[in-house]
Design a protein around this ligand. Structure first.
Ligand SMILES: Nc1ncnc2c1ncn2[C@@H]1O[C@H](COP(=O)(O)OP(=O)(O)OP(=O)(O)O)[C@@H](O)[C@H]1O
Ligand SMILES: [Mg+2]
Length: 443
């Protein structure tokens, strides 16, 4: 095998061959004939080498290259070396792919590789089991045609991949599968399927438990309330003697019944189906007007409260749920703003979205608390909040109500300056205000 530059020896051979042909031509006196014969010989020699090369390249299995001296030998060896390198690289890739597939198969979650059209390219064993797929029969089929659960279809249509969807396994309705799609590369998607049956069962148990226990607590509370009313109806001397404990008792009964009502509302929000889309248009402007009137009474004119509403703007949904959410935000603003402070309630449209913003000049909330405010029972300053009578369920209710309406809660706050809580509805409806009879329509 020649590894150094072959050209000097090739040129030397050509020159010596040429000189020999010239000499022979002179000796025989027929230079043209000799030249013709020599060139024909060269042509035949090259044609034979080309033929050998072509025959060898045509073989699919690895074989040693044809032997030859000179330039042809260098070419044959060069091609053979390249082929070896190429083959080696291919083997390495295949081994890598095999290892990837083995590890994907060993994963406890189902994994499906989808192309840009949502067609299934590859999946692991767990996905086969969870989603009742057939390998390789289902290869190339669209995932939307195989998993036909309406919630999954809605998930695909929404195309919001920050979210996941839970559906019963196609061939085993007792098993709950959580599906999440993760986009990657240019146009690829990975579908991950996880068995969440156990978590789902625990979650259902927790929900039922909270629902039942709060329901059960209502009866003893009603009895206690009745008794405190009886004491209030007693004759003068005995009543006066008990006045203070009864007042305290009533305060606690009031607090507990508020807590129970909030817990029941939360458990209803969690278990019941969300209000049907386009159920009824809620006239938020009128609702805000009434809530602001109530707020003025609650604040006993200790705060300056302003309101501005876009009267033609509304949202589809459940009026009672929305009222309790908005009322919570307005009550908070009063509760956490010192007397003399200002409150501003606005209902407006911006960038195609409707927004109910409640701004106050209250004590504000330190940034580290903001992400946790919507957790149940979470209070920034539990000591003070308890005196204020808060239980920390208000914002959890707000969050649930909004998510049932496809809306989101945005919180901006600066300690010592004030807070703004905004409910943002992405799909508002509109009514022409001047035509009294005019219905609502999607804006
Ligand atoms: N406008 C606001 N300004 C300052 N802090 C606020 C404001 N709104 C809420 N917070 C803080 O967030 C916490 C949680 O509010 P949330 O409405 O969930 O509970 P709560 O008002 O304490 O009780 P509940 O609403 O159940 O009676 C409050 O305890 C308070 O610390
Ligand atoms: Mg509250």
């Amino acid at each position: 095998m020649l590894s150094s530059n072959p050209w000097p020896s090739v040129i030397a051979r050509l020159l010596s061959g040429g000189a020999a042909v010239l000499l022979l031509g002179l000796v025989t006196g027929r230079p043209m004939l000799v030249l013709l014969l020599a060139l024909s010989g060269l042509l035949v020699f090259n044609a034979v080498q080309l033929y050998r090369l072509e025959r060898w390249l045509r073989r699919t299995r690895r074989t040693t290259p044809p032997r030859a001296g000179g330039l042809w030998g260098v070419i044959f060896d060069g091609i053979a070396r390249r082929q070896d390198r190429h083959r080696e690289r291919r083997h390495r890739l295949a081994r890598l792919l095999e290892r990837f597939r083995e590890s994907a198969n060993a994963m406890p979650d189902g994994t499906i590789v989808l192309d840009g059209m949502g067609e299934m390219q590859w999946w692991n064993r767990v996905a086969t089991r969870y989603l009742a797929l057939d390998w390789p029969g289902d290869r190339g089929r669209r995932i939307a045609n195989l998993i036909r659960h309406p919630d999954f279809a809605a998930y695909l249509a929404r195309a919001d991949w920050s979210d996941a969807v839970k559906i019963p396994a196609p061939h085993d309705p007792d098993r709950i599968i959580e599906i999440r799609i993760v986009p990657y590369g240019l146009d690829q998607q990975l579908l991950l399927a996880r068995d969440v049956t156990q978590i789902h069962r625990l979650e259902t148990m927790r929900r039922d438990f909270v629902g039942n226990i709060t329901h059960e607590l209502r009866t003893p509370l009603t009895v206690l309330r009745g008794m405190s009313e009886q004491i209030a109806d007693m004759d003068e001397p005995r009543r006066d003697h008990l006045a203070r404990p009864v007042a305290l008792m009533e305060q606690q009964i009031e607090r507990m019944s508020r807590l129970i009502n909030d817990l029941l509302l939360l458990s209803r929000l969690e278990t019941e189906a969300p209000p049907a889309a386009e159920a009824s248009a809620v006239d938020v402007a009128a609702m805000v007007g009434a809530l602001v009137d109530e707020a003025r009474t609650l604040s006993a004119d200790e705060h300056r409260i302003s309101a501005s509403v876009d009267e033609g703007l509304a949202v589809w949904g459940d009026a009672n749920e929305l009222r309790s959410a908005f009322s919570n935000l307005i009550t908070n603003a009063i509760k956490y703003t010192e007397p003399g402070g200002r409150l501003d309630v606005r209902w407006f449209e911006a960038g195609g979205e409707a927004c109910l913003a409640v701004a106050d000049t209250g004590r504000g909330i330190p940034a580290q608390h903001i992400p946790r405010l919507t957790e149940r029972f979470y209070r920034v300053d539990s000591g003070r909040a308890t005196r204020n009578g808060g239980t920390g369920l208000g914002l959890a209710i707000v969050k649930h109500v909004l998510s049932r309406h496809g809306a989101r809660l945005e919180i901006n706050s600066e300690p010592g300056v004030g807070s703004t809580f905004s409910c943002v509805f992405p799909d508002p409806v509109r009514r022409a205000v001047d035509t009294e009879q005019g219905g609502w329509h999607q804006s």
